[in-house]
Design a binder for this molecule. Structure first.
Ligand code: ADP
Length: 394
């Protein structure tokens, strides 16, 4: 089966094409609507790269160029040759709790939920509509970041606000990165010789956005992100948990309206807000240069992460595995080391040599004595989306 996976952002389209669950090519349409817009495609088997620098006014033009490069490279003659297209959707809201094929109801719901995911859902919708127009015969599937968390119990997803904020505005924890948490926990189940529904794990997806998830018997029972992807861990540019009363205080003190507050907390905070860097490669080299704010940001990050992981140890009956994934989780050995050291009294023991080894694949990094195994698992959300899309089509 030929499945195209699309992750449409407000000014970008990330794409990856799979044939029988093997990645054929991947690419990115960038800076849509900007004069520096471009498209890049990489053929994975040969490493060949194709690139066009041209004005890409909207998503429709972007997808047209994807189609042209597919044709030029001989990968596909036309998008209509696809068996299906899987779209990553950040927020499914309260009604879209299962991955599904697109119909009018699904489109309306994604649109309705845009009010609580304004940065993501409108762009996803543009991606789906563009695909429907460009390849009318190809079925489209929507894969929700929130769906894996539908099993979180009410006492964990409710906020202690007046109850009618929940009934009227659906304000509750939804959780995100579900496709990744699900994928890495399934990989670990396999590595440990267990069925998916037998695995108890804590998975830490640490990218620019970051979340931790407590998984009991293969199901999410709690996660650090909430109503939006802002809650929880300290992230690249997002603040994560803060005292909610600071918001009205800052609004008054700095005369900030809700949009500016949102921008400050999402784009100017986190690691970047503390030390001016949001990339761990920079932060680690700054620490080596003696930058004290970089050290502070690093320690704050690991402390918050360890606190969340520790709390999930408390709610799980037992924990088979602690999993690190995504850009930071897969590459920043120093983050894994300090975080695991803080959890030592729980019987978690990291093998420093294995942790430092520079390998790119899946690896176990705990000592033989560790009560909980520690894994580094490269996430593959696109493959997971392709697999789910295949199963929905069949
Ligand atoms: P996104 O959430 O955008 O998908 P990624 O999962 O790609 O993000 O993670 C990007 C982050 O991973 C970077 O900002 C950086 O902090 C971190 N990272 C990537 N490579 C390395 C590395 N070699 N060493 C340390 N950190 C890294």
């Amino acid at each position: 089966m030929k499945i195209l996976v699309l992750n449409s952002g407000s000014s970008s389209i990330k794409f990856k094409l799979f044939e029988n669950q093997k990645a054929v090519c991947s690419g990115l349409v960038e800076k849509i609507g900007n004069h520096q817009s471009k498209i890049e495609l990489k053929i994975l088997k040969t490493g060949t790269k194709m690139r066009r620098d041209t004005h890409i006014g909207d998503h429709e033009k972007g997808l047209k160029l994807v189609n042209e490069l597919f044709e030029e490279s001989g990968i596909l003659k036309d998008l209509n040759e696809l068996d299906g297209c899987g779209h990553r959707i950040v927020h499914g809201g309260k009604n879209l709790t299962e991955h599904c094929l697109v119909n009018d109801f699904v489109l309306e719901e994604i649109h309705r939920v845009s009010s609580i995911a304004p940065l993501h859902n409108p762009a996803h919708l543009a991606g789906i509509k563009t695909m429907m127009k460009a390849a009318p015969k190809v079925p489209n599937a929507t894969i929700f970041d929130t769906a894996f968390h539908k099993t979180i119990p009410d006492y964990a997803y409710m906020y202690a606000l007046p109850y009618d904020y929940y009934t009227e505005y659906n304000i509750r924890k939804y959780g995100f990165h579900g496709t990744s948490h699900s994928y890495v926990s399934q990989r670990v189940a396999k590595l440990m010789g267990k069925k998916n529904e037998e695995i108890n794990a804590i998975s830490a997806h640490l990218g620019n956005g970051a979340s931790v998830c407590a998984i009991e018997n293969g199901k999410s029972i709690d996660t650090s992100m909430g109503f939006t992807p802002l809650e929880g861990l300290i992230m690249g540019t997002r603040c994560g948990d803060i005292d909610p009363a600071t918001i009205p205080f800052i609004a008054k003190a700095k005369d900030l309206n809700p949009d500016k507050l949102d921008t400050m907390m999402n784009k100017q905070s986190g690691l970047y807000g503390i030390c001016g860097y949001n990339d761990f490669r920079d932060i680690i080299s700054e620490i080596q240069n003696g930058n004290n704010l970089a050290r502070l940001a690093f320690e704050m990050y690991c402390y918050r992460l360890a606190k969340y992981i520790g709390s999930y140890f408390a709610i799980l009956p037992y924990t088979d595995a602690l999993i690190f994934t995504a850009g930071v989780g897969e590459n920043a050995a120093a983050v894994r080391k300090l975080t695991c050291e803080k959890l030592k009294h729980l019987g978690i023991e990291i093998d420093e040599q294995l942790n430092e080894e520079n390998s790119s694949g899946e690896k176990e990094i705990s000592t033989k004595n560790s009560k909980t195994k520690i894994f580094v698992i490269p996430t593959d959300e696109e493959l997971e989306i392709a697999k789910i899309t295949e199963s929905l089509i069949s």
